[in-house]
Design a protein around this ligand. Structure first.
Ligand SMILES: [Zn+2]
Length: 89
């Protein structure tokens, strides 16, 4: 009996998967290329380390949240120093 329910669950899961897949087609919409280009631009974007002032590529930066804002540091050490200097946040 449990095995039968398991099969039924699998069938339901399969149909649910098909429904979800039909809602989100795998073929990307026409505008997706532009979005992809924007993503590349974001990756190559330079960000300034608020602790030491050095500029680092966003993809290489040590990104972390301080309070509600997102900051990009050259290293984890800078992030920790920044946190130590901004203990009120
Ligand atoms: Zn730094």
């Amino acid at each position: 009996m449990n095995f039968f329910r398991f099969i039924l669950f699998c069938i339901l899961f399969y149909f649910l998967y098909r429904i979800i897949k039909s809602l989100f087609p795998s073929r990307p919409p026409s505008g997706s290329r532009i979005v992809f280009r924007n993503d590349n631009a974001a990756i190559n974007e330079m960000v300034q380390d608020p602790q030491c002032g050095i500029y680092v590529a966003k993809k290489d930066a040590y990104a972390n949240r301080v309070g509600t804002n997102m900051f990009y540091f050259c290293s984890e050490e800078c992030y920790r120093r920044y946190l130590a200097n901004n203990t009120k946040i």
